[in-house]
Design a protein around this ligand. Structure first.
Ligand code: ADP
Ligand code: ZN
Ligand code: ZN
Length: 722
């Protein structure tokens, strides 16, 4: 065939929940070789949408005459760099998620709307500089005056006081114009940092990370992992290369940012869900043009484009929040590893308590295993102590020996951290006569009593109701609040230790903007205090005067049906424990439990995380569980219990002998927010077989009539099984 006769079609990712791309004709006014990663406006179901060019195809399955021409090319050069395009295409395939939605998650919204990624600023035109042309209107004149005092131009933010109408009228009169701000790659002056001198172990790690590859940096809490990160980032900056630092929580970005800003002279940009759309686009562009030397961000920052990628760091790599739980269910950590291998850059996974997947990869030699076993000289390691609740259940949550210990630490001017992962006052409202409990009408869950609002709130669907005066079943008025939440502990400790501040840090107490910072300021004043916190407090924070950390309840994980529960509990104990004894004062960690002889708990405390992890890994190997097999879930949810199960039954069984399919079965909390949930588990030792089987199941699901009547989704490498 002759070259010219060959009709090539544009292959475009369109924002739609369909697991495929779409083909369009390239209109005559389009350039011949548009590069993949460029944005193109296309007609789609009576709408115009922004798609991303994936490539070209020579032949199409649909009728040639039905195929529509693309409408407008938005970029002269690809806006999504090659690696990022490749990452999105790979992720859509691996996570079996619609490609258009993957790009939608990866790109700032403003880009999808068709905005330019360039930073624009407003300057006076030559005409605008002629004072006699000043408009009569007062606001327009004020803006011209401001711009003439700032001849270099002002951004839209800096002109915040002026409405868009005023700006546009001045542009229409050709008094003001928009200019693209040119962005320079970051500049960095080499310094010889003399602050902290790395320990031998830190030096070994810094030296070892000198070529592309995946490195697992396992360092006990407070061992100085951050110092290793900083030295490596510095080395990158010296070479003109950028670093990406992924952190698990938005709450940790200010702290990390502060630490990095005092050390480096380059632009550091943050990426997280709290940014405005304009800020998000700006961060994206600063990274893409190379203006930012360092990007710090949560999960979605793994999709940041880089001009000169040098290094990726995933801090607290074991943390479950690197996995997205809704919609496009990707693992930012796993995508980061892949991305680094394509960019041929090193990636460092850091944690005191690595995930068993990463540890397994380190043991098998796939990752380079580096360890910091000791804290730097002068900083003591914490000691662990188990307090048995075997004989008497304390109604307040605090056993007498624990109360005594707390008093000692407060008298020695230390701070105490109490960890309880349950907010509210009490998780159960019980009728003492007939044992009726206040349940959420929309979930298989109890309502939690909240003291501040004096209402019952469901933590799973946010339903609220007033507190009933009488039992709904027997009308008795003898209702009892059972169990402990952070608010109840706060009340109790305020009564018991009236002389010290009791600070509660959970989602309720930090909801208002700035309130978390205020609490942190108070903690950092170092005065004796009791801090009560949920998960929020357990992660990454550095409290130098906490000398006692307490885990009030750990027992639920000992009999959980979730095989990951023990791994998570071990990580949590050491992370909470690691909050104490971060300075010269030694730290103590107390774990209250009804099962002081639980073998894994003993092993964790007596022999350390690696022995504990080895035991769990060998159990997993014996039972054929991850990381010794691969898993995927198909979840269904519907207002009809029957429908969810019937739909999954259509997907039952395996075609491939190397694949096991379990279920369908109801989720452990079957009803949530008014919907019944069920799941089907697919498992195999071969990833390839698993994905092939899953592809077939998805085809069946997509053509199922039942499938159209409910919500279903696929979760690859699930970490939340129930
Ligand atoms: P991690 O991230 O491993 O929990 P950090 O990096 O936060 O630990 O370090 C804990 C503390 O130890 C910090 O206050 C840090 O300044 C200090 N530190 C780190 N490395 C050294 C060192 N080589 N010498 C002295 N102090 C150090
Ligand atoms: Zn009753
Ligand atoms: Zn509910």
């Amino acid at each position: 065939m002759e070259q010219q006769a060959l009709q090539r079609y544009l292959d475009i990712a369109v924002p739609t929940p369909l697991r495929r791309s779409f083909h369009y004709l390239s209109p005559p006014d389009f350039p011949a070789n548009i590069q993949p990663g460029s944005r193109i406006r296309v007609p789609f179901r009576n709408k115009k949408v922004t798609g991303i060019l994936l490539g070209y195809v020579d032949s199409i399955a649909t009728d040639k005459h039905k195929i529509k021409p693309a409408e407008e090319l938005l970029d002269t050069a690809p806006i999504v760099p090659e690696t990022l395009c490749k990452l999105c295409i790979w992720a859509a395939d691996y996570y079996h998620h619609p490609i258009g939605e993957v790009f939608a998650a990866a790109l700032p919204n403003l880009l999808r709307r068709g905005d330019s990624p360039e930073d624009l600023q407003f300057v006076l035109t030559a005409r605008g500089q002629e004072t006699e042309l000043k408009p009569r209107a007062h606001r327009q004149r004020a803006m011209i005056d401001l711009l003439s005092q700032n001849p270099q131009g002002l951004s839209r933010d800096e002109l915040g006081e002026f409405s868009s109408a005023i700006i546009h009228s001045l542009i229409d009169k050709e008094l003001v114009t928009k200019e693209i701000v040119s962005q320079q790659p970051f500049s960095h002056t080499r310094t010889d940092y003399q602050g902290i001198q790395p320990t031998g172990e830190q030096n070994d790690a810094i030296e070892a990370i000198n070529s592309p590859g995946t490195y697992l940096l396992q360092g006990v809490t407070g061992s100085g992992k951050t110092e290793v990160y900083l030295r490596l980032i510095e080395r990158m900056l010296d070479q003109g290369l950028q670093s990406l630092v992924l952190v698990p929580e938005i709450g940790l970005t200010p702290q990390t940012l502060k630490r990095f800003e005092t050390r480096f002279d380059v632009t550091i940009t943050v990426v997280h869900s709290g940014l405005t759309e304009t800020e998000r686009l700006r961060s994206w562009q600063q990274a893409r043009t190379g203006q930012a030397g360092i990007v710090i961000g949560t999960r979605s920052a793994v999709f940041t484009p880089f001009a000169k990628p040098g290094l990726i760091i995933v801090d607290e790599e074991h943390d479950a929040s690197f996995k997205q739980h809704e919609g496009f269910k990707y693992s930012a950590r796993d995508l980061a590893v892949l991305r680094a291998s394509w960019d041929k850059t090193p990636i460092l996974l850091g944690s005191a308590t690595p995930s068993l997947e990463s540890l397994h990869n380190a043991i098998s030699g796939k990752y380079t295993h580096l360890q910091l076993r000791k804290r730097p000289a002068g900083i003591a390691q914490e000691t662990y102590q188990v307090i048995s609740l075997k004989h008497k259940e304390p109604d307040t949550g605090f056993s007498p020996p624990l109360l005594k210990l707390m008093r000692q630490h407060l008298d020695a001017k230390g701070q105490i951290l109490i960890f309880l992962n349950r907010r509210g006052f009490a998780p159960v409202l019980l009728c003492t006569k007939c044992h009726w409990m206040a349940n959420c009408p929309r979930c298989d869950a109890r309502m939690t009593y909240h003291l501040s609002s004096r209402r019952l709130i469901c933590h799973h669907c946010t339903s609220e109701s007033s507190v009933p005066q009488h039992c709904a079943q027997c009308q008795s008025s003898q209702l009892l609040l059972l169990g402990l939440g952070t608010q109840r502990i706060e009340e109790h400790l305020k009564l018991t230790f009236g002389d010290v501040p009791v600070l509660r840090i959970d989602r309720d107490s930090t909801r208002r903007k700035g309130s978390f910072d205020k609490l942190l300021d108070e903690i950092n004043r170092q005065d004796p205090a009791i801090l009560i916190g949920t998960q929020m407090l357990a992660k990454g924070h550095h409290f130098s005067n906490v000398t006692l950390s307490v885990m009030l309840e750990v027992d639920s994980s000992f009999y959980s049906a979730d095989y990951k529960a023990m791994e998570r509990m071990g990580q949590l104990i050491l992370q909470v424990g690691g909050r104490s004894g971060r300075s010269e004062k030694p730290g103590t960690v107390v774990i209250q439990t009804h099962f002081p002889d639980q073998p894994l708990l003993k092993q964790l405390i007596d022999e350390g995380y690696n022995t504990f992890a080895d035991t769990i890994l060998s159990e997993r190997r014996d039972n054929g569980l991850p990381p010794y097999c691969h898993q995927a879930l198909v979840r269904a949810e519907s207002t009809s219990r029957r429908l969810a199960m019937d739909f999954l039954e259509e997907l039952e069984g395996a075609n491939n002998p190397h694949v096991d399919v379990f279920g369908p079965f109801p989720s452990s909390m079957e009803k949530r927010a008014g919907r019944y949930r069920a799941l089907l588990m697919i498992s195999s030792q071969s990833r390839q077989s698993l994905h092939k089987e899953l592809k077939e199941k998805i085809l069946t699901a997509e053509s199922s009539i039942l499938g159209k009547k409910l919500r279903w989704s696929v979760d690859i490498d699930p970490i939340d099984l129930f």
